[in-house]
Write a protein that binds this ligand. Structure first.
Ligand code: TYD
Length: 135
């Protein structure tokens, strides 16, 4: 499994910093939805799901978070701690978010509106689904 990152440009001057994200330019898809994860309790692991068709780019704009990605064959972890570091998560990838630092803010850009039917929330079901897709 290849880890795909989208480096985002930091516009900085004496006032501080600004990062802009445009669809089909800074990230590869049209942005239908943006959500952010804040106030995460220490020690919590979020995610534990895959999507059948959703694509996402994750950016930790404050603090740090560990992202675990699993394509059903291998599992990789990435630490996000840079507001210019966009992590691409394609469909058919099981993801877990853990080790949130205190006050971490994780922003997610998503290619589709929220749809519970797009989720696979059971790991065994995920493995079965990706194996079927690959055959
Ligand atoms: P959940 O899927 O449990 O989050 P995570 O994957 O980070 O563990 O989502 C938490 C709640 O938020 C759940 O009730 C569904 C809701 N939600 C929305 O309403 N819209 C969204 O875009 C997302 C991602 C979640």
């Amino acid at each position: 499994m290849e880890i795909i990152k989208y480096p985002l440009q930091m516009h900085g001057d004496y006032r501080g910093h600004l990062v802009a994200v445009e669809e089909k330019k800074d990230i590869p898809f049209e942005i239908k939805r943006v959500y952010y994860i804040v106030d995460t309790a220490q020690g919590v692991v979020r995610g534990h799901h895959a999507h059948k068709s959703l694509e996402q780019v994750l950016v930790c704009v404050h603090g740090s978070v560990k992202i675990t990605l699993d394509d059903g064959t291998e599992r990789k972890t990435v630490v996000l701690d840079d507001p210019c570091d966009g992590l691409y998560v394609s469909n058919n990838i099981w993801r877990e978010m853990s080790e949130f630092s205190e006050h971490a803010v994780l922003i997610v850009f998503a290619s589709k509106f929220y749809d519970e039917n797009d989720y696979i929330r059971d790991y065994d079901e995920f493995l079965k689904y990706v194996r079927e897709q690959n055959n």
